[in-house]
Structures are given as C-alpha cells and as structure tokens.
Design a protein around this ligand. Structure first.
Ligand code: CO8
Length: 260
C-alpha cells in the first residue's frame, strides 16, 4: 500500500481508519494532504476487505480548515484555472460509508469535510464553525449549503456570518452530529470504530444502497426519491444476501453474507 506523509491509515475488523496527520498545523487541509486522502479513500473503496471507513484527526483538531499559508498568495486566476479545491470531494463519491470522528476544532474546510461524511460523531469538546468570514472569504465546499440542510437557515447564517464556533452539544441539538461522546472511558474515535464495525457486519450491497438513497434525498423531490428507493428495494431481491438474510431469520440463525 501507498506510503502517506500527511495522513495515517490502518485497518481493524473490516474498517479502514484514516487519520489526518499534520498535528503542528492543526491538520490544515493542504493540497498534498487532500490528494493523499483522496487516494486512501479510493483504495479502501476498492478493497473487498473494507466495509466501512472512519475519518479522524487529532485530539486537538479534526481539521482547522484549508491551509491558509498555502492560500494566502493565491490569485483568482490560479484558483479558477487549476479548479482549486474542486477535486477535494472524494469523500462525497466514496460508496462505502464514511464516519467522521471529530475531536477539537472542525473549522472551515474541516467542518465541510466532516459534513461530506455520512455520519458525524463528536467528542464533548468538539467545536464546529465556518470562520472564513474572518479571512475575507466565504466557505467554499459546502459551508453555505450542507450546513443549512443540517442545522437550518438561522443557525447556518449565524455561524457563516459571525465566524463563531458551535459546541458539540449545539451541533447535536441542530442535527449536525449523530452522537456526542462524553469525557470518560471511550473516545470519539473508539465509538466511531465501534459503529463502523457494526455496519461492516451487514450486507455491503444493502449498506451501499442505503447510503446512495439517503444521499439522493438531498438532490431529489420526495416523489423521485421515493421512486428511487422503491426501485432499489426491488433490486435488493436480486441479491444473494436477501435470500440469506431472510432465510437466516426464518431458520433462527445468524446470516452469513456473501456481499453479492
Ligand atoms: N491553515 C494553516 N495553518 C493553520 C491553520 C490553517 N487553517 N489553522 C491553524 N494553523 C496553524 C497555525 O498557524 C499555527 O502554526 P504556527 O505554530 O506555525 O504558528 C498552528 O497551526 C497552531 O495554531 P494556533 O497557534 O493558532 O492554535 P490556537 O490553539 O491558538 O488556535 C484555532 C486554534 C482557533 C483553530 C486557530 O488556529 C485558527 O483560528 N485557525 C484558523 C481557522 C480558520 O480560519 N479556518 C478556515 C480556513 S479557510 C477554509 O477552510 C476554506 C475552505 C476551503 C474548502 C476546503 C474543502 C475541504
């Protein structure tokens, strides 16, 4: 497997774990880091031994945003011609589920990267925000779009216009995160891995179909979304895992998935 310098990867029980690893820069998202992240995600998506992915950072920062030192001197023409950050979206096209385990700062592009994931778990001291306004710019990868869908217009406007941070508890109340892990025995990363392992034990085709349908709910009308879901539901009856899953239930045994 590829040697990475800005991220760490390891595998555990069918779960691929990617750790953003630029601790001195609070995991600022640079072009080299995002290129490695894209590659690691693509590798796990192709790997038959991996059923789910966890993306995390350090205790102090999931990621404090795009790398301001890299962006400082960028011109419009460079951004435009080179399509700056346009390819930083591999998380959104990864077909296996991706869980973000957020500890510390998830700011700017860090918050946006977490929002590209399918589930966000936050530690009790996680902080989310879109501070781009303080740099004379605006969010560039979903801060004005995904955040609105997650927490509603008023809270998203407040965050994007003031640059203020939101606590893990506020993020939970707003529906941005699925769980806040309190200080104590287990870390947010451990909780995310536990959930990823639970998902890794399901039939992968149904996992992927669920993910595709839920994500399409953001793009489609209700009628179109329900139609897509119904067609996938029909298609699930073409899988071996449907026969196995229902057979196992009726025969009162555990299913043994072939993922086909
Ligand atoms: N870029 C580059 N370096 C950073 C960044 C960053 N975003 N954030 C922190 N660092 C560096 C600091 O420069 C510092 O480096 P050094 O030791 O060399 O001075 C080191 O990390 C530690 O940071 P601080 O000393 O500032 O640590 P504090 O604990 O005092 O403060 C904060 C932590 C509050 C998180 C603070 O670092 C901060 O405000 N960071 C910037 C946050 C920010 O503005 N983020 C938005 C960036 S713009 C953006 O993300 C555009 C989105 C593009 C889309 C991306 C798609 C995925």
């Amino acid at each position: 497997s590829t040697a990475f310098t800005n991220i760490l990867t390891r595998e555990d029980g069918g779960v691929g774990i990617i750790t953003l690893n630029r601790p001195k820069a609070l995991n600022a998202l640079s072009t080299p880091l995002m290129t490695e992240l894209n590659d690691a995600l693509a590798q796990y998506d192709r790997d038959d031994g991996i059923m789910a992915i966890v993306l995390t950072g350090s205790e102090k920062a999931f990621a404090a945003g795009a790398d301001i030192k890299e962006m400082r001197e960028l011109t419009f023409m460079e951004c435009y011609k080179k399509e700056f950050i346009t390819s930083w979206t591999k998380v959104t096209t990864t077909r296996k589920p991706v869980i973000a385990a957020v500890s510390g700062f998830a700011l700017g592009g860090g918050c946006e990267l977490a929002m590209m994931c399918d589930i966000i778990y936050a530690s009790h001291d996680a902080k989310f925000g879109q501070p781009e306004i303080n740099l004379g710019i605006l969010p560039g990868a979903g801060g004005t779009q995904r955040l609105v869908r997650a927490v509603g217009k008023s809270k998203a406007m407040e965050l994007c216009l003031t640059g203020d941070m939101m606590t893990a508890q506020e993020a939970l109340a707003g529906g941005l995160v699925a769980k806040v892990v309190p200080a104590g025995e287990s870390t947010v990363l451990e909780e995310a891995i536990k959930t990823a392992k639970k998902i890794a034990k399901k039939s992968l085709p149904s996992v992927m179909m669920v993910k595709e349908c839920v994500n399409k709910s953001f793009e489609l009308s209700l009628a179109e979304g329900l139609h897509l879901e119904r067609r996938f539901f029909h298609a699930a009856f073409a899988t071996q895992d449907q026969k196995e899953g229902m057979g196992a239930f009726v025969e009162k045994r555990k299913p043994s998935w072939t993922h086909e």
